[in-house]
Design a protein around this ligand. Structure first.
Ligand code: NAP
Length: 279
């Protein structure tokens, strides 16, 4: 049984990034900046933004925290994003999801310039990524694929079932799996006979947002389990205790996909810094 240790892999990635950030500083005498935008005071979002700021510090980058009130309008948020697009000090822009309901979130995501969209939320970037062109990728899907590569999990020719079809997780991870030559099924709330669909999978990606949703008897013997879920009580979207006896490898929760998501955000910010600051 292989435990796909996201915490350990995130540390490896961070170590490599520290060296790359140091090289940028040495070459141009400036420190890369990730701008994080938090609208309102959703407690989970506050924690996520803080964690991303801490990760910047660990790899030697600066984070600029922009906190906007909960009644911010779409126009105000667009103005903030445009200012950051034009700020030469800023290499990456992260708009923490979700934003309050009155804001057109996708319009704001799409306003982030492609060269600074280090969280991979712009629809043009999604399109480029889907057809295999260079683009910053949505961080959690990139984390899932990177973890499988790091731990030697073969994707080519495998049946992969992704449960969930959100724009930031289910759909992009399905596109990335397809680019890796897996045979991909995307399941969602209208999928019929979900347990039977999941039972076909050599690789199961759970991105449902429901605690302990995937059951042990849905899992094909020897499957690889990638649990992207993170719910109250520190549990994922799979009932891991029941699923683990059937699988060959799994991501623990916590300590699986979560830490690598932040590491991938850092990695793409460093890539953006290299292309913006060293050109
Ligand atoms: P989301 O936008 O709420 O999407 C959930 C998806 O699950 C939807 O496509 C929905 O189908 C599907 N679904 C809901 N009930 C279902 C059911 N009974 N059967 C089959 N499919 C069902 O959630 P998300 O933003 O993609 O997040 C998913 C999970 O990943 C959450 O646990 C979240 O906390 C976690 N997450 C983790 C990270 C990280 O850094 N580790 C980052 C982002 C999200 P419909 O489209 O038909 O409604």
């Amino acid at each position: 049984m292989l435990i796909i240790d996201g915490k350990a892999y995130a540390l490896e990635v961070e170590e490599e990034l520290r060296a790359r950030v140091a090289a940028i500083k040495e070459k141009c005498g400036r420190t890369p900046v990730l701008a994080t935008i938090l609208v309102g005071d959703n407690p989970a979002s506050v924690v996520y933004v803080r964690m991303k700021g801490n990760a910047c510090a660990r790899v030697g980058m600066l984070s600029r925290k922009i906190e906007l009130p909960g009644d911010t309008t779409t126009e105000q948020l667009l103005d903030t994003i445009n200012a950051l697009n034009n700020d030469p000090e800023v290499c990456g822009i992260l708009l923490q999801h979700p934003v309050p309901k009155q804001i057109d979130e996708q319009a704001c995501f799409n306003a982030i310039s492609l060269e600074k969209d280090v969280d991979g939320v712009n629809t043009a970037g999604f399109g480029r990524m889907s057809i295999g062109l260079p683009a910053y990728k949505s961080a959690t899907p990139l984390a899932i694929i990177s973890l499988m590569k790091r731990y030697g999990i073969q994707m080519e020719g495998k049946e992969a079932v992704v449960i969930g079809r959100s724009a930031i997780l289910g759909k992009p991870v399905a596109a990335l799996l397809l680019n890796e030559n897996a045979t991909v099924t995307i399941a969602h709330s209208r999928t019929k006979n979900l347990p039977e669909v999941v039972k076909r999978a050599d690789i199961v990606v759970a991105a449902v947002g429901k605690p302990l949703f995937v059951q042990g008897d849905w899992i094909k013997e020897g499957a690889v389990l990638m649990d992207a879920g993170y719910n109250k009580g520190n549990v994922g979207d799979m009932d891991l205790e029941a699923c683990i006896p059937h699988c060959s490898a799994y991501t623990p929760v916590p300590g699986g996909v979560g830490p690598v998501t932040i590491a991938m955000l850092m990695k793409q910010t460093v890539e953006a810094a290299e292309s913006l600051m060293l050109k």
